[in-house]
Design a protein around this ligand. Structure first.
Ligand SMILES: [Cu+2]
Length: 153
């Protein structure tokens, strides 16, 4: 029966499937597991302060699984960029304009974001922190930043 190559391919497929399930159930480190969507949308309004190479707010806090909508207004007369590598985000922020970036906070932890467009003397200190923590679940806990919560329809 093992002479038949289709049977062998099928058996190999079954082997991969079973070992994959065993890995996911018993061996996968929890930090690699996908985060369940929380069903919340968190809208955050941010600014790049004029000639200060600074984000306002510079620290953002959401809960794992939140859908995040960033509205970033660039007050400067020149370009900046918003990069948050862990979620694959790198977007150009055009001058005197709002840029909207949407993504799922699918990973827990504290991550740095930074300006990704060479923009002047303060470029390398134009950084901030994006924190994904279950502690950010209560709307009141939005630690000193303008966050609006709205349920997803
Ligand atoms: Cu820059």
């Amino acid at each position: 029966m093992w002479e038949n190559k289709f049977i062998r391919i099928l058996a190999f497929g079954g082997f991969l499937l079973v070992t994959g399930i065993i890995y996911q159930e018993f061996y996968r480190p929890p930090e690699l597991a996908p985060v369940a969507a929380s069903g919340r949308t968190v809208e955050i309004h941010m600014r790049v302060l004029e000639n200060e190479w600074a984000w306002e707010p510079a620290e953002l806090r959401v809960a794992p699984g939140d859908r995040v909508v960033l509205h970033i207004f660039n007050e400067d007369a020149y370009d900046h960029g918003f990069a948050l590598e862990v979620f694959g985000i790198n977007k150009r922020l055009f001058p005197k304009r709002e840029t909207t970036i949407e993504f799922l906070a699918s990973k827990e932890g504290a991550f740095n974001f930074y300006c990704s467009v060479p923009c002047g003397e303060g470029h390398y200190r134009q950084t901030g922190k994006f924190i994904v923590t279950p502690g950010a679940l209560e709307a009141g806990d939005a630690s000193a930043m303008p966050v609006e919560l709205s349920p997803v329809e």
